[in-house]
Write a protein that binds this ligand. Structure first.
Ligand code: COA
Length: 262
């Protein structure tokens, strides 16, 4: 039985965990409870060997998440804001450090912290009507959960500056053009498409998948020479796995491999 959360819905489909951000009356905006609960759900997913892939989405068809809950801003002190920024960075950073792939199924607005969460995921599928943006500047602040850093790495400085410094919104189609999302689908097919991608990931060797993810995520933050060393070390480690033997044997005998994550 999965744990009950106040602000999240949790669902299992085979080896996939689906986390749904569930504050639709606030367009799934993040308060501190939702951030803590998301952290808890992700840590549990990481520890559970039966979970091979995580999908994060939002409740309803209006919003993935409209970012931080603005109603809390008037009472926030600078120290509280700094702490909430650090907590969000920790949670979204955890997604990048997780050994399992995480898919964002963007079911509507992904704004501010919503887009920062999307940017920390490994794969992004958007519904056609979704709109993405970093509107913080319009409120007199700047992104605090990685928006000034991860977008640059994903789409380059020029496009990141357009989003962060102009504060406008872009369509799912535009997001696809600039490489911010992997795929755009009709809303009715979003869940199915996300599950299909997750199932494909579940069939791949989990240890190699983990090292591929970590080599990309850590390597992209390091100078090329250091990144290449990280790659070699992780590649070498895959030679200790049963899955590598299985992959090679299955190739040789022209059958489908059965990876066990060992
Ligand atoms: N925090 C708290 N509440 C939010 C919110 C947020 N980030 N975004 C939306 N809401 C609330 C609205 O206040 C509204 O509540 P109400 O029904 O009690 O008035 C409800 O969610 C629906 O939003 P609404 O603005 O009426 O919908 P819309 O379709 O007209 O506009 C958006 C949708 C997403 C364009 C608009 O809500 C918006 O700009 N939200 C803020 C996004 C943002 O700046 N995020 C970064 C925060 S740092």
């Amino acid at each position: 039985m999965s744990k009950a959360y106040e602000t999240l819905k949790i669902e299992r489909v085979d080896n996939i965990l689906i986390i749904t951000l569930n504050r639709p009356h606030r367009l799934n905006a993040f308060n501190d409870v939702m951030m803590e609960e998301l952290y808890d759900a992700l840590v549990n997913a990481e520890r559970d060997p039966s979970i091979r892939c995580v999908i994060i989405t939002g409740e309803g068809d209006r919003a993935f998440s409209a970012g931080a809950d603005i109603t809390a801003f008037p009472k926030a002190t600078p120290v509280m804001a700094e702490e909430f920024s650090r907590l969000g960075q920790e949670v979204f950073g955890f997604i990048e450090r997780m050994s399992k792939p995480v898919i964002a199924a963007i079911n509507g607005f992904a704004l501010g912290g919503g887009l920062e969460l999307v940017a920390a995921c490994d794969f992004r599928i958007a519904a056609e009507h979704a709109e993405l943006g970093q509107p913080e500047i319009n409120l007199g602040l700047i992104p605090g959960w990685g928006g000034t850093q991860r977008l640059v790495r994903l789409i380059g400085i020029a496009k990141a500056k357009e989003l962060v410094m102009l504060g406008g919104r872009i369509s799912a189609e535009e997001a696809l053009k600039i490489g911010l999302v992997n795929k755009v689908v009709h809303y009715d097919n979003l869940r199915e498409e996300a599950i299909k991608l997750a199932q494909r990931l579940c069939e791949l060797p989990p240890i190699a998948l983990r090292y591929a993810k970590l080599a990309i995520n850590f390597g992209s933050q390091a100078p090329l020479e250091a990144g290449l060393r990280i790659e070699s070390a992780f590649m070498g480690l895959t030679f200790s796995t049963e899955d590598l033997k299985e992959g090679v044997e299955a190739f040789m005998s022209r059958r489908k491999p059965q990876f066990k994550g060992r």
